[in-house]
Design a protein around this ligand. Structure first.
Ligand code: ASP
Ligand code: MG
Length: 400
């Protein structure tokens, strides 16, 4: 098999840790696999470098920032390759440039355009373990670029896709994806399998585990992903195509998004073009609108509600006052979004009803509802967030 193994910052956070990781890689190689390793910077390194730069200037050139930040991953890749070689494994380390990772020229948040894979392929053919510095590439004109925070996951998935790897393993310090946040519900269970779409909807549960963009890319390129811990030998969570999941659970998990604020516009004139005007303005100002709800109009006016990230409340307030689209404006920061996610919903009814019943039993008022094929999301008051998560987890028997 051709396996891509990506090790995150905590997995390579010290020389001791790098030794542990090297043992794992050596064993996998001995089992007869071809291996490409993608590494992050040692934990805390990227933050440290960023701080150093900002202590010198507020006006940083992104080009230099990329040159600086890309060094963290190069350090780890070289150290790991030195060690593997010492352990008797033929190994070669590569920077993003040497691995042929070509990006666009958006410094600090570049997109991978393609991978010139000959260099990696040649080394694999020779039987070498290839260790690639994650999070970076080069632009068409040979400038160093980085892919945005958490970007090593993206490097790993892109390489796995380009080389048609059998599996892309993302190693981190948690066992995988859980049915909900174990800090809220200690009975949360680790999932063995989940579809790409469920994973994307459960982003808040996966946030610490893997970068959302890398899941989108894995879906697009059909890369089999597994996230697991480099601190033990537990099987992790496989993230695959929905078709490959045999037993489709009705509900896979409960996600909580605390970073939400609700905006209500009352007395919006009920005529064509108003919604377009409001949301165009918000789009121009870069506000990420999530749920949108509009009522059936009455007497020529209607009410419109939507949610946005909490930290975009000020921009939204200014934008709404500027266009004067409504008689009154209301903002509420103390709301959260709770989502029930599962592919089984596509073929079963009653999932939404159970969610509403469950919250009703706890006397929790639902302020907004939105649904997709595989998700029911509800906006509720922040003070009931954890109670809602626990009772929904219970209602769908996710601890069983
Ligand atoms: N070192 C980079 C970061 O901390 C990239 C990564 O670890 O994925 O964001
Ligand atoms: Mg990470």
């Amino acid at each position: 098999m051709l396996i891509v193994q990506k090790y995150g910052g905590t997995s390579v956070g010290s020389l001791e840790r790098i030794k542990e990781v090297a043992k794992r890689i050596k064993k996998c190689k001995k089992d007869g696999n071809d291996i490409i390793v993608v590494v992050s910077a040692m934990s805390g390194e990227t933050n440290k470098l960023t701080k150093m730069a900002y202590s010198l200037s507020d006006n940083l050139k992104k080009r230099e920032m990329d040159l600086l930040l890309s060094s963290g991953e190069r350090v780890t890749s070289a150290l790991l390759a030195i060690l593997l070689t010492e352990m008797g494994c033929e190994t070669i380390a590569m920077s993003g440039r040497q691995a042929g990772i070509i990006t666009d020229n958006l410094h600090t948040k570049a997109r991978i355009e393609h991978i010139d894979k000959q260099h990696i392929e040649k080394e694999l053919k020779k039987g070498s373990i290839v260790v690639v510095a994650g999070f970076q590439g080069i632009t068409e004109i040979g400038e160093v670029s980085t892919l945005g925070r958490g970007g090593s996951d993206l490097s790993a998935v892109a390489i796995a896709g380009a080389l048609n790897a059998d599996l892309c393993e993302i190693y981190t310090d948690v066992d995988g994806i859980y049915t909900t946040d174990p800090r809220i519900e200690p009975r949360a269970k680790k999932l063995n399998q989940i579809s790409y779409d469920e994973m994307l909807e459960l982003a808040s549960l996966g946030a610490k585990v893997l970068q959302t963009r890398s899941v989108e890319l894995a879906k697009k390129l059909n890369v089999n992903l597994v996230t697991r811990s480099s601190f033990n030998d537990n099987v992790g969570t496989y993230i695959t195509r929905e078709e490959d999941i045999m037993e489709k659970p009705l509900v896979s998990g409960i996600a909580l998004d605390k970073n939400q604020a609700r905006v209500t516009l009352r007395g919006v004139s009920d005529k064509p073009g108003i919604a377009a005007e409001i949301f165009r303005k918000l789009a121009e100002d870069g506000v990420n609108v999530d749920m949108i709800i509009q009522n059936v109009g009455l007497d020529g006016t209607t009410n419109l509600g939507f949610t946005i990230p909490e930290n975009e409340l000020e921009i939204t307030r200014n934008a709404m006052e500027e266009i004067e689209a409504s008689e009154s404006l209301e903002f509420d920061k103390n709301v959260v979004k709770v989502s029930v996610v599962g592919v089984g919903m596509k073929s079963h009814s009653g999932v939404a009803c159970t969610a509403f019943d469950t919250l009703a039993e706890e006397n929790i008022n639902i302020e907004m509802i939105s649904t997709s094929e595989i998700k029911v999301s509800m906006v509720i008051s922040e003070k009931y967030a954890e109670l809602a998560v626990r009772s929904l987890h219970d209602a769908y028997k996710l601890d069983k």
